[in-house]
Design a binder for this molecule. Structure first.
Ligand SMILES: CC(C)(COP(=O)(O)OP(=O)(O)OC[C@H]1O[C@@H](n2cnc3c(N)ncnc32)[C@H](O)[C@@H]1OP(=O)(O)O)[C@@H](O)C(=O)NCCC(=O)NCCS
Length: 149
C-alpha cells in the first residue's frame, strides 16, 4: 500500500455513516457537523480515516479528532491527514490519548500546558471515567519543530 492508494478530500454527508462508525469504535462522540472535516478515501472513494479541526474564537486550530480505520493504520493515512491540516491551519493543538502519543511524537508534536487547549476540547476529558486509563496529554507542534520535520 502506498500514498497513491488514498486521497484526501472534504467530507460529504454520504460519508457520515462510516465516519460515525469509526468515531464510535474509538469511544468518541459522533461529530457535531462535517465542517472542517477531511477524509482519506480509498480507491472506491470510501473514507478510511478522517480528521476534524475545531477553531476557537482566536482562530487557533485543534485536532478533534483524527481517526484511521483499523485495517488502514500504519500506512501513513494519519500523517497525511495531520500534515494536510497543518498546511491549511498552521499550528495545531490537541489532546492526545496515551495510546496515540507515539504517533504525535513521530510527527514532531510536544507536550504543552492544559491552558493552551481550548476548553471545548479539554472538556471531553473532564469527568471522563476512563481518564486515568487513557492518560490524556495536551500537545502542540511548536514552529521550530515544524521547520525541522
Ligand atoms: C493515531 C492514528 C490516527 C495514527 O494513524 P496511522 O494512519 O496509523 O498513522 P501513520 O501510519 O500515518 O503513522 C505516522 C507515524 O506515526 C508513527 N506511529 C503511529 N502509530 C504509532 C504507535 N502506536 N506507536 C509508535 N509509532 C506510531 C508511525 O510509525 C509513523 O512514523 P513515520 O512516519 O516516522 O514512519 C490511528 O492509530 C488511530 O486512528 N488511532 C485511534 C484513534 C486515536 O487515538 N486518535 C488520536 C486521538 S485524537
Amino acid at each position: 500500500m502506498n500514498d497513491a492508494m488514498f486521497t484526501l478530500r472534504a467530507a460529504r454527508e454520504s460519508d457520515r455513516a462510516l465516519i460515525d462508525a469509526y468515531a464510535y469504535s474509538e469511544g468518541m462522540d459522533h461529530l457535531p457537523s462535517l465542517e472542517r472535516v477531511t477524509v482519506a478515501a480509498n480507491g472506491q472513494d470510501e473514507p478510511v480515516g478522517f480528521i476534524r479541526i475545531a477553531l476557537n474564537s482566536q482562530g487557533v486550530a485543534h485536532i478533534n479528532p483524527v481517526v484511521v480505520y483499523r485495517e488502514w493504520r500504519g500506512y501513513g493515512v494519519g500523517r497525511a491527514l495531520v500534515e494536510d491540516a497543518e498546511a491549511h491551519y498552521g499550528e495545531l493543538r490537541l489532546v492526545s490519548r496515551g495510546s496515540s502519543k507515539p504517533f504525535y511524537d513521530a510527527l514532531g508534536y510536544e507536550e504543552c500546558g492544559w491552558d493552551m487547549i481550548e476548553p471545548g476540547v479539554s472538556d471531553d476529558c473532564d469527568g471522563c471515567e476512563l481518564r486515568a486509563e487513557c492518560g490524556p496529554c495536551p500537545m502542540r507542534k511548536p514552529a521550530a519543530a515544524k521547520e525541522r520535520s
